[in-house]
Design a protein around this ligand. Structure first.
Ligand SMILES: [Zn+2]
Length: 392
């Protein structure tokens, strides 16, 4: 029989309340009650509990219409710290991130030399060990990992991301919990990036948007009604493997002509090399040369943008979203991408007679959304479910 467990209900309320304080602060108890639908007594009780634990504090007051003062609440950001781990194609980032998504300290490592899982894990542990020796040590409650898919978030296993430096079938959550005795969670990098925009970014005015991250690979995170939409098997938004060229370049995913093979930073570099650029060319050099008017590098970027626009217009057709948020490692090229996509989408909107324009905006965090987002999902849930409040 399915029934509502009272304990679960109470924990869910705690989670909803804390999430609202994190995203909406400064906020009064009355406003919290309005937003969450919890009655005022419940809100007051839960807030008191958070204040006692040192997670929430009062941060000012204002006159309210009834003459009584409204006291505002906010989280104490450093009261809950996450050891955040972002595993990209080219870089591993490990850092300490607080409840407001601020990175307090971080270290990174070039990933291109990894030979296998063991070498990777050794390097990862080295960075984690180092950060766990810092002054923040006591405040760390758990570990959040974000990584390119495919992965099994529920089981904490990285499967076989294409072109991923020989890292595959890695039960990363198990390895981390074994060593550090802390709860750990794994999430798709683009999903947490999209959530980071919802929680900490400046995209709160949108109910629906799609985050598109462009780096060595390409991925997307879909937000519908302010919630992450992952699809029936967790694969919604994998824009990198939408087909932009029939019978095109073979992709590691098994298909041909995937966007990733045309519009990722790696693809642009590869194309430039095949068309006469130096065999040692890197993405940063390509960008630099393009600004100086180098013909091949400029063409490489144009080509990259044209394919990207095709895939994004297809996504718009499928989702009818309000905004595309562009993140990843585009650097100054981000503005070019935004302008280019905006132009193409506008043309399309005219042909459909669409009244509101689809926005295209840069990520709130430059290339760090997938890293900052590691604090999400797990940290608030762990807070109410595992540690502080339920288990004394
Ligand atoms: Zn593919």
């Amino acid at each position: 029989m399915i029934g509502v467990n009272h304990q679960n209900m109470n924990e869910t309320n705690k989670y909803v309340l804390l999430k609202s304080i994190v995203t909406q602060a400064p906020i009064s108890r009355a406003e919290l009650s309005q937003i969450t639908g919890l009655n005022k007594m419940t809100v007051t009780g839960l807030v008191n509990e958070y204040i006692e634990k040192g997670i929430v504090g009062e941060c000012g007051e204002a006159n309210s219409t009834g003459g009584r003062k409204r006291v505002f609440l906010d989280v104490l950001p450093d009261s809950l710290l996450t050891l955040g781990i972002y595993i990209g194609r080219d870089i591993l980032k490990v850092g300490i991130i607080n409840l407001k998504g601020q990175i307090l300290q971080s270290e990174s490592l070039d990933l291109s030399f990894m030979e296998n899982n063991d070498v990777f894990i050794k390097s990862l542990f080295m960075l984690c060990d180092h950060l766990l020796e810092t002054k923040y040590k006591e405040g760390i409650w758990g570990i959040g990992v974000s990584c390119a898919g495919p992965l099994l978030a529920k089981d904490g296993v990285i499967l076989n991301p294409p072109d991923f430096n020989n890292i595959r079938d890695l039960p990363i959550v198990e390895r981390l919990t074994e060593r550090y005795k802390l709860p750990a969670y794994l999430q798709n990098d683009m999903c947490v990036a999209a959530l980071a925009e919802v929680y900490f970014g400046n995209k709160q005015q949108y109910n629906n948007f799609i985050y598109v991250g462009i780096s060595g690979g390409i991925g997307g995170g879909v937000i519908i009604d302010k919630k992450l939409y992952t699809g029936s098997s967790g694969l919604a938004g994998i824009i990198g493997h939408s087909i932009v060229e029939m019978d095109g370049i073979q992709c590691e995913c098994g298909q041909c002509g995937c966007l990733e093979k045309y519009s990722s930073t790696r693809a642009a570099v590869r194309w430039a090399k095949n068309n006469g650029a130096s065999k040692e060319l890197t993405w940063m050099e390509l960008l630099d040369k393009a600004t100086k008017g180098d013909e091949i590098c400029t063409k490489a970027i144009e080509r990259m943008m044209n394919y990207l626009a095709v895939a994004i217009i297809n996504m718009e057709s499928a989702y009818d979203t309000e905004c595309f948020v562009i993140g990843g490692d585009l650097h100054f090229c981000q503005d070019i991408a935004i302008h280019h996509i905006q132009e193409k989408l506008q043309k399309r909107a005219f042909s459909w007679g669409k009244i509101t324009e689809v926005k295209v905006e840069p990520s709130s965090f430059m290339g760090s959304a997938s890293f900052i987002g590691t604090v999400l999902k797990w940290s608030l849930q762990v807070l109410w479910a595992v540690h502080h409040l339920s288990v004394q």
